[in-house]
Write a protein that binds this ligand. Sequence first.
Ligand SMILES: [Zn+2]
Ligand SMILES: [Zn+2]
Length: 335
Amino acid sequence: MDAIAAAQVLSEIGYLLRQDPKESFRAKAFSRAAWSLAVERPDLDSLQQANRLTSIEGVGPGIAKILSGLVETGRSSYLDRLRTEMGQPARDDESTIDLASYQGDLHSHTNWSDGRATMLEMARGAKALGYRYLGITDHSPRIKVVNGLDAERLLAQSREREQVEQEVDGLALLQGIEVDILEDGGLDLPDAVLELLDIVIASPHVKLRQEPAAMTERMLRAVSNPNVDVIGHPTGRRPGSREGASYDVDLVFREAAKHGVALEIDCDPARMDLSPEHARLALELGCNFSLDADAHAPAEFAYVHMAAWMARRAGIPMDRILNFKPLEGLTMIAK
Ligand SMILES: [Zn+2]
Ligand SMILES: [Zn+2]
């Protein structure tokens, strides 16, 4: 059994458990174990034979039992049962997501804002995973607590980007921003700044409880901005702890498709946003997707490898996901 495949099973279990507040402790334990499989990629078959699955970090006896069944049979009866209980049975139209073809992550943070690693460390982490490109998308100025970047600091960051790119051979660094979607749908940096960047991810972070009509207007305005390439974690939800913004998803996703704005599937286990259900709707409405870790440290790049099951369950073919395109295929770069 491949460690990445197992990581996705444990991640989905964690996700389903998160829907029940009473299970939040176990949910996190499953997500942590999934993460450790995706980062360490242990040889599960030999650990199973030696009865040493618990030697994997984050895998206690309970999770080891489920993992053991999975390694033995290639499927998890526990996951099957949870899916049935939660009304989310397996579907026969799931897609195939081959992460060996994953070209790069478009959404990451460095210590220029709230990341915990330098740009160089992030670039080396991405390179070690075989990525061809990495979007450096720190926060915009309004989020003061995370030291968001204004135009001046973005310029300074672009100089560091050039240096790092020279140091890490074969990895393209995309200079970008995760810009806040303001309450009225305007963006937290002027268009004149945004149009200079390789990639603009516009995300809702605050005032997510706006009433739905106003929230719909806000999101519609954001997706119509010609500088926006991706909507980051489109609802702002945190499964098990915070409901996402509620708006007319049908209308907003249609508009995103019309403007060629991709919707993100943010793989951070605390976010999992878009949900597989919303992603499926967006697929039907013609949207493209971005499958990102939203990493704040190099080890978090592995979130993609544990949560890609969301794209699979949504039935999204790989050609609708930006991260499987080569650098030259990313139209936003030329935009
Ligand atoms: Zn964000
Ligand atoms: Zn982010």
